[in-house]
Write a protein that binds this ligand. Sequence first.
Ligand SMILES: CCCCCCCCCCCCC/C=C/[C@@H](O)[C@H](COP(=O)(O)O)NC(=O)CCCCC
Ligand code: ADP
Ligand code: CA
Length: 553
Amino acid sequence: MERPARLLLLSELRVRNAACDVSMSRSLLTWKRRLSGPVYHPFRPSVSHSVLVSEIISVREEEEENSSKGTDDGSWKKIKEREGKDCRRAFTVLYVERCQQHRWRCAEVTFTCPEGALCQRWVGIIGEQLAAIASRPKRLLVYINPFSGKRQGERIYEQKVAPLFARAGVSTHVVVTERANYARDHLRTEAELQKIDGVVCVGGDGMFSEVIHGLIWRTQVDGGVDPTGPDEALLPCSLRIGVIPAGSTDCICFATVGANDPVTSALHIIVGDSQPMDVCSVHDNNTFLRYSVSLLGYGFYGDVLSDSERKRWMGPARYDLSGVKMFLTHHYYEGTVSYLPARGIMGTPRDAAKCRSGCVVCQQNGKLLSEKAERYEVDEASGSESDSEWRTIRGKFLAINAASMSCACPRSPKGLSPAAHLADGTTDLIVVRKCSRVDFLRHLLRHTSKDDQFDLTFVEVHRVRRFRFTPRHCQSDSDLDLRENGRRQIFGQICRDHPACGCVPAYSSWNCDGEILTHAAIDVRVHCQLIKLFARGIEEPTVFEDLANPCAI
Ligand SMILES: CCCCCCCCCCCCC/C=C/[C@@H](O)[C@H](COP(=O)(O)O)NC(=O)CCCCC
Ligand SMILES: Nc1ncnc2c1ncn2[C@@H]1O[C@H](COP(=O)(O)OP(=O)(O)O)[C@@H](O)[C@H]1O
Ligand SMILES: [Ca+2]
């Protein structure tokens, strides 16, 4: 039998003028309305509310309302002066309330106590419990991209996020970026990281990308590791990153929280959530190019991004227009994809189970990979698998996508790889071979519906630890091939600007978390759980339904 939690305090207080039994344990604050009339009434259940202490945002003492003293003629002021501190007989608790579709709101409840001393006792005990939660950030460095999405970043931060941080007692240093890579460079060279508990970015996936590039770089340099070395075992970043969505897709926020909502993200930051995440390093011939956490897409998604950058003035709608245009253009690209399958780990890309809050697959695989790395004393991403394990796919492709997370976003609520995990040390490599327009449309539409986007003959998916792509014209083929490729490369340059001429460009570029990577040939390694977010993964409804709703007892 479950033992009842030890109570720190139990009092009869009033909530909206109704008498309640209010109790506080180390984990729960509960208030239960007292029944008037007969002690037991089967058809009139008492109403009980519970809030996890870990989801209390703050507590504050209230000045008692004038109305409760009955007059507004200065007599309340006199009483206050006479009674001094003891006049404060009410306190308000701000806490997380769950709404629909994974959104969180800041709710509040005011308790009125029979006397001031009791009120202070309550405020003291709740305050002590909150102060004891070591995972909550106290000082944050915030970067705002004023040009993300619909250019609302500054307004969103000032109106929706800053007031919540203030109420929760979180202090901030806010930097509005002045150019691309401003946040990255500031983190690399200037930011005093020892003075903060986390970094927050306000913007889209591009802003998040800047922050991880700065943080990962700085962590390696401070730890004596070469951030660009292809075979380095990169050091995990200790500072967590918060994402306030204000961009065009905001897939990193959506896939780690379940909603693109600034208030929800701010609350996840305040309560000090932590979600580890894998990071891919991307190299070309041992030259470092970029890091990626969500989508690395060649072909369709690379072309959509390149085309959409020229329409940035349109805001988020640029992706829809470029998406339709690139679908109609129907370019395919030739090359070789090689990959190291992820072996001996839990999970496959075709699983029905999804990565959710407290994911066992991520925990298990994370443990397994770090043990393996320790045993072999080599970089988990580079090393122990032998060359014989590499697999190869040659051909003509409409799209090559590596999804290191589901890549769920409002345009595609289950994402490009619905069963991909946030922190299992793998990426899902999705190869879409050349097919008819109708077939490709079937595949794309499945990104937006419940149907299985991999259940098509021209699509294959592999869970991998590492992969390479070599475009055909880079391969050491016969003279004939080289001549043909040279011709196509020239046409490619021309036809990129004149798609109507019917020639096919030889190269696409990579869409790397929404940033264009012009190198076609890349070598990608997954670094398990290299960074941490102020998030907890998407919650299953059952985790919280008992706490979210007032329960009838
Ligand atoms: C012809 C109809 C096509 C319908 C396809 C719809 C499928 C949408 C899938 C979207 C996957 C998005 C993966 C996320 C990528 C983001 O990192 C990136 C940058 O985000 P942000 O910085 O916030 O703008 N977004 C994109 O690359 C947009 C892709 C949109 C493709 C239509
Ligand atoms: N002040 C700035 N001026 C111009 N570009 C910026 C600025 N700050 C950041 N950027 C760049 O803007 C690009 C888009 O940012 P992002 O936050 O992804 O918005 P969106 O979701 O609309 O694409 C990124 O490449 C980022 O590096
Ligand atoms: Ca972007």
